[in-house]
Design a protein around this ligand. Sequence first.
Ligand code: ZN
Length: 134
Amino acid sequence: MPRRTRLRKVVEPPRFKGYRPYGVNSKRRESIELLYEEYEAIKLADYDLMNHKEAAEIMGISRPTFARIYEAARRKIAQALVEAKNIKTVYGNAIMDKDWFVCNKCHARFNIPKTMTSDKCPACNSNDIESLNK
Ligand SMILES: [Zn+2]
């Protein structure tokens, strides 16, 4: 039986779809795909300044798994920085307790409880919304 990857809890999706370097001339620049859980690991450890034990608990994973995700995230960001690559955020193996959406018109990010159904952006009322969950 193939080993299933356990889902990693992510409190909030990243507030961007990606990052792009400027001041470099390249039209067909490669992108590095940063998974939601890798973004979350960086946020918890380097932004919220949690230790690995606390961060692993929040994400519902073991400490070694957290360390691996965190290491992968740092390497990707370092590679993007040094090689002037785009960073694209992708879903990965994340799990979020709410349904998150992004509005393609005003770029607001919002969540609605799973029990509710809505198809409009609460900020601008646009119908052009996109789910950030898989
Ligand atoms: Zn909107």
